[in-house]
Structures are given as C-alpha cells and as structure tokens.
Design a binder for this molecule. Structure first.
Ligand code: NDP
Length: 267
C-alpha cells in the first residue's frame, strides 16, 4: 500500500484555518493518497526543522510566519522572490522550495469577472503590497488609496498612483478592492461612505479580501449593483494553486476548484 503524503498548515493561531478542510476534501474526492493537518507554530525560526521532522511533502504558511518561511527555504520561486513572502512550501528531494500563491490566487478568483483594465486598491498594508505588485506585473493600471500617508511610502517606487483620503478624487475604475481590515471586526467602511458610493457609481466589480462575513463594503457594492466576490474566493484561489504544487499537476485544476468550493458548504 502507498504511504499517504502528509501536508500541513503552519500558523499562530491556526485553529481557525480552513486549509485542512479544503485540501482534505480534494484529496478524498479525487482519490489522492494524502492527508493535511495543522501545526500551531510559535517560533517561526523552527519551521524548517519541524517540517522535516514531520516528514511533510508540503505545507502552507499563514500569519505570522510567511516571512520566516521565506527565510527557511533552500530555494524560492516565482512571485515569492519579488515579495519576500512565502505561503506554500514543497519538499523537492529533501530541499525546501518556497512559493507564493496568494496574489495569483486572487487573480484566479478575478476570472469570475469580465475584462479589467483599471483597479482601485483601498488600503496599503501587507496584502495590498502583494496584490498591487501582481496587478502591475499583469499590466493593470493601479491606484492605491489609504487613510494615512505612512504605508503609502512603500508604494512610491512602484508604477501606480497613490493618494490619501484627502488628496483622492473619484474617477472610473473597473474593479475596486478592499484590502483594509475595516469591516473585519467592526462595521466600518474602508473609506467615507459617500465617497465609496461615488466610487461604486463609477465601477463595475468589487472584491473584498475579508471572508466569513458580508462586510459593509460588500453590502454596499451589492446594493449598487456591482458584481462582487469576498475573500473566500481569494482563499480558494490560493488553495487551488497550492494544491496543484503539492500534487505536481496530477489533478485537474477545475476539479480541485470544484471540490475546494464544495468543502465550504460543509463548514
Ligand atoms: P495590515 O495591518 O498590513 O494593513 C491594514 C490596512 O488597513 C492599512 O492600510 C490601514 O490603514 C487600513 N485600515 C485599517 N483599519 C481601517 C479603517 N477603519 N478604515 C480605513 N482603513 C483602515 O493588514 P493586512 O494587509 O495583513 O490584512 C488586511 C486584511 O486582509 C485583513 O482583514 C485580513 O484578514 C485580510 N486577508 C485575507 C486573506 C484571504 O485569503 N482572504 C489573506 C490575507 C489577508 P493605515 O495605514 O492608515 O493604518
């Protein structure tokens, strides 16, 4: 009998993670001999040792260990090199190989929409940084608006426009993305409600990176008739791409997507 491969998600906290549910559902329904567990890791510097002690074939990494995962790798490939952040690890002949599927997962989720040329990104934190870099890489015209100036300084070397709430003037955007944590544990809008109404009046699509609740941002987008997706689409997108790396392309991508999406109906 073939020994099943073992995969895991590392995080602190990690109990809330949906990754075991998503990946195990795919393995079970596509008859792939593997199990996926979770590891509560406190000290990120022990990640590599822990990975090999557990004889893992691969892993995902979540907050706060994504930078530590980057440092731990023997080799980092693709977009992870650009952003210095790793969310997927693969054991390749005893070497730890790092990838980042977060931003590509988001692009994959955007395939639900029509053609997009212009994007407005609300927020300038870690998530925004990765997404903005990716949007620029694929040739989109990107505008970033943040509540305050400090975090915007990290974007000045990038080919995008940056504004604070005070200097921003509404114009047309195909897509509006909320990357702020507004709406996560409160009922705040990521920008003044009247301004957001005006933005939505000039836009086609909206996406939120927050999942598990209908944020005020998404509720307003729905009310204004914009096609929209929540952070679950991003979570599934990064998971599909990670699963493809874990299973070395042996499973059909659309089937992975189908079962990951279905797994959420169980939770
Ligand atoms: P950061 O702490 O790095 O950045 C937070 C950003 O939100 C800053 O730009 C901050 O502005 C802004 N902000 C916070 N509160 C408000 C508010 N009330 N009004 C307007 N702007 C506000 O956060 P991350 O980038 O790490 O995470 C952001 C969100 O993304 C979180 O909700 C997280 O859960 C979610 N996330 C979802 C993922 C998924 O797979 N779906 C993956 C990763 C993250 P300022 O600079 O002025 O403080």
């Amino acid at each position: 009998m073939v020994e099943p491969s073992i995969f895991a998600i590392y995080g602190n906290p990690v109990a809330h993670s949906k990754s075991p549910l998503m990946h195990n559902y795919v393995f079970k329904h596509l008859n792939y001999p593997a199990v996926y567990t979770r590891v509560h890791l406190i000290d990120g510097s022990t990640l590599k040792q822990d990975f090999f002690d557990r004889k893992l074939s691969g892993a995902n990494v979540t907050v706060p260990h994504k930078e530590a995962a980057y440092e731990a790798c023997d080799e980092v490939r693709g977009f992870a090199q650009t952003v210095g952040v790793v969310n997927t690890l693969v054991n390749e002949n005893g070497k730890l190989i790092g990838y980042n599927t977060d931003a590509d997962g988001f692009l994959f989720a955007l395939e639900n929409f029509g053609k997009i040329n212009t994007v407005l990104v609300l927020g300038a934190g870690g998530t925004a940084k990765a997404l903005v870099q990716k949007f620029i890489d694929v040739g989109l015209d990107v505008t970033v608006v943040n509540r305050s100036q400090k975090r915007l300084d990290d974007f000045t070397h990038l080919a995008c426009q940056t504004y604070t709430w005070d200097t921003f003037e509404v114009t047309h955007f195909d897509l509006v993305v909320n990357t702020t944590s507004a709406g996560l544990e409160d009922n705040n809008f990521p920008i003044n409600q009247t301004v957001l109404e005006s933005i939505f009046g000039n836009s086609k699509y909206a996406a939120d990176v927050i999942y598990g609740k209908a944020t005020p941002f998404l509720k307003l987008a729905t009310q204004k008739g914009l096609q929209n997706i929540d952070g679950q689409a991003m979570l599934i997108g990064q998971g599909v791409l990670a699963n493809e790396l874990f299973t070395k392309g042996q499973l059909d991508k659309q089937q992975i997507l189908k079962y990951m999406t279905k797994s959420f109906e169980l939770s």
